[in-house]
Design a binder for this molecule. Sequence first.
Ligand SMILES: Nc1nc2c(c(=O)[nH]1)N[C@H]1C(S)=C(S)[C@@H](COP(=O)(O)OP(=O)(O)OC[C@H]3O[C@@H](n4cnc5c(=O)[nH]c(N)nc54)[C@H](O)[C@@H]3O)O[C@H]1N2
Ligand SMILES: Nc1nc2c(c(=O)[nH]1)N[C@H]1C(S)=C(S)[C@@H](COP(=O)(O)OP(=O)(O)OC[C@H]3O[C@@H](n4cnc5c(=O)[nH]c(N)nc54)[C@H](O)[C@@H]3O)O[C@H]1N2
Ligand code: SF4
Ligand SMILES: [Mo]
Length: 749
Amino acid sequence: MTSAADQTTTTHDGERTALRTCPLCEATCGLEITLRPDDAGTERVVRIRGDREDVFSKGFICPKGTTLGRLHDDPDRLRTPLVRDASGQLVEATWGDAWREVDARLARFVEQHGREALGIYLGNPNAHNLGSMLYNRHLVRGLGTRAVFSASTVDQRPKEVSSGRMFGAVSIPVPDVDRTDMLVVLGANPLASNGSLATAPDWPGRLRSLVERGGELVVIDPRRTETAREATEWLAIRPGADAHLLAAIAQVLASESLVDLGRLAEHVAGLDEALAAVADLTPEAVAPVTGLDPDVVRSLARRLAAAPAAAVYGRMGTSTQAFGTVASWLVDLVNVLTGNLDRPGGAMFARPAAGSANTRGEPGRGRGLAIHRRHSRVRQLPETLGELPVAVLAEEIDTPGEGQLRGLITVAGNPVLSTPNSERLDAALAGLDLMIAVDIYLNETTRHADVVLPVPSALQKSHYDVALYGLALRNVANWSEPVLPLDPGQPDEWEVLAKLALIAQGAGADADPAVVDDLAWSSMASHAPDDVVAAIDATGRRGPARLLDLMLRTGPYGISLDDLVAAPHGIDLGALEPRIPEVLRTPSGRIELAPEPILEDLARLRATLDRASDPERMLLIGRRDLRSNNSWMHNVEVLVKGKPRCTLHVHPEDARRLGLVDGGEVEVTSAVGKVTIPAEVTDDIRPGVVSAPHGWGHDLPGVRLGVAGGRPGTNSNVLTDDGAVDAVTGNAVLNGIPVELAPAGAPAV
Ligand SMILES: Nc1nc2c(c(=O)[nH]1)N[C@H]1C(S)=C(S)[C@@H](COP(=O)(O)OP(=O)(O)OC[C@H]3O[C@@H](n4cnc5c(=O)[nH]c(N)nc54)[C@H](O)[C@@H]3O)O[C@H]1N2
Ligand SMILES: Nc1nc2c(c(=O)[nH]1)N[C@H]1C(S)=C(S)[C@@H](COP(=O)(O)OP(=O)(O)OC[C@H]3O[C@@H](n4cnc5c(=O)[nH]c(N)nc54)[C@H](O)[C@@H]3O)O[C@H]1N2
Ligand code: SF4
Ligand SMILES: [Mo]
């Protein structure tokens, strides 16, 4: 029996399969989940595999996707709110008591310190969560704070700002991997990460097919990554030098008359300024910084210009460095200069079915992106997209004075492991007057909370990737119903967020989250045609489903949520198509090739050119593993068993020089911290560079992560420096951290 409405097939013995999009990373794989009732009649996940009929993923799955059942069943996953009692212990509480605590503590806090003293941190899983995508804004408004922080400023903010300034509406072009002849990947390792700001399942298959059809795959990375191993060419750049390299590529294109904008010529502004800005940044001039042979760089520029279709794609590694915004801008500039922006096989814009600012309003023109409208209190780092850089969170808490942060709400975030100089932040959180966490675990961050509000597991929530489809390599839409019911008394995640918003507004502990939902609905509905509103009203839907239905029906394809319910494997809306000029939302109606705040930062870049590279100064970079997901999936036994993965990769030459041995503990010291971590000696890394993964370090007191605690690993963000940021966005520098290495236990020199 198949019922479209619950996207489920049931067999005679009570076993059923449900379909759901995986919410764990950006690849949006379709999952086929088999469930069977246990002896007590409770349904359990017995198997998860890739949905072969999913219109996008076609059966692809990674090891993490198979663990949603284990995450759901994890005994450490919180099912009851926790409240700090008079003795300082976090104890289980009923929902009623937890809300009363939240109400009392928030009211007292606001009375004592005012709303300016309250901050909020929104972590990465929010971007994979429809409820958060639709209701977090109401929470922020309800709190009445401007101290908003998120994981985006330890990640992609430089790309959002460069694209926002160039195209408006934060439209980010994605590499058209399936149709390209040449893909240049900088600072991304999609074979481990499964792609980022470029949503597609099965990167391994897509990249292999590029190489098999005779295409070029160039990977630029200080590490010979899993992706670099598949490449036709690996360039081991020095960390932090992507802006220099890309500027040199643009310089070669200009000086060798290889610039050919094609169809885009009439849609750009600032071409001459952009080229003038990089005119002195020749491959020779930047070589001491990049560590790359000028001839190799020239050849790369020429091949990019000559390829029938080519795409440059930069990610994490290019964002989380000192010139992250300049590098991100140059990626798109090079794509424009070679005529590859907005053409098949180049870098293109998705046209998502719902929720994109670039499918709303007047096509081809808009307000652009305003940034730097205010600055942080202590260090004067700039606002972008309504947020302050999370690199200033600790100092905003631990520096006394007018406007000091004294309270924090975290939603799906673990900044104690994920943000730079984590020991400082850890200490700062311990000193707060109020902290409330909305999370599924008692972990390194949430252990500081006075109230922890748990949310349902992924399998208990509906799903639609409203953020990620705007970055997809193919236009698709897929809706998932919850696979399992909510636990008795457990509110849905959006209800927790909405209720928190109401309590913060003084509505009291009994406030009804439906009030926020109805307000959200009426404000959206006021802009929609009457017949659409009436049709959705007639469905009786509430919550995220009602809002999404409106976004879909008023979106570019005019599909409805019922259409998606009837298509449990998703709807394929076709390959990406050229969208310029219609996609643009800049005031000029053109692609702004020379955005002022970004060009200004080239002066700072130039100042690095004469800095002689010091071979003795080791630089630390990050690393992702297919079986990890930032900091929060180390409590799943099948993902962490086996060979330890939290190791420091060291080149054999460096190991020899520094007296480090494979498997031996290394003491790593940076400007802000010190850790010990086992060495893994490998020539898959550029000499002078060492690499450690982030998200480990689960041995802090008060953490309730039984499995992760058994293999705690080392927190690499003890070493990253909250003082080091990208100037344009304040985004943290997480790669290229100067460190000193010594065998652990060796006498200090
Ligand atoms: N398995 C797994 N998947 C994930 C995640 C995870 O933790 N685990 N996290 C998810 C998240 S939140 C994100 S944002 C994405 C990120 O996805 P990606 O952007 O693909 O991130 P990484 O795999 O960290 O790849 C970054 C690469 O940059 C390289 N690098 C470091 N410094 C530099 C530099 O200065 N220049 C250049 N050119 N390269 C440099 C590193 O060696 C690394 O190979 O992955 C997502 N997917
Ligand atoms: N050194 C270094 N540091 C890095 C990076 C790096 O490459 N190197 N990568 C950076 C990047 S790209 C990112 S995105 C950040 C991530 O930074 P964060 O978002 O702060 O960290 P996560 O580990 O993703 O933590 C997610 C939190 O959400 C909780 N959670 C999981 N699912 C849900 C849910 O459905 N609802 C709720 N409410 N909570 C949930 C988890 O228990 C966990 O506490 O880390 C950054 N930090
Ligand atoms: S690649 Fe990402 S979306 Fe696909 S199964 Fe793995 S974690 Fe889930
Ligand atoms: Mo991220």
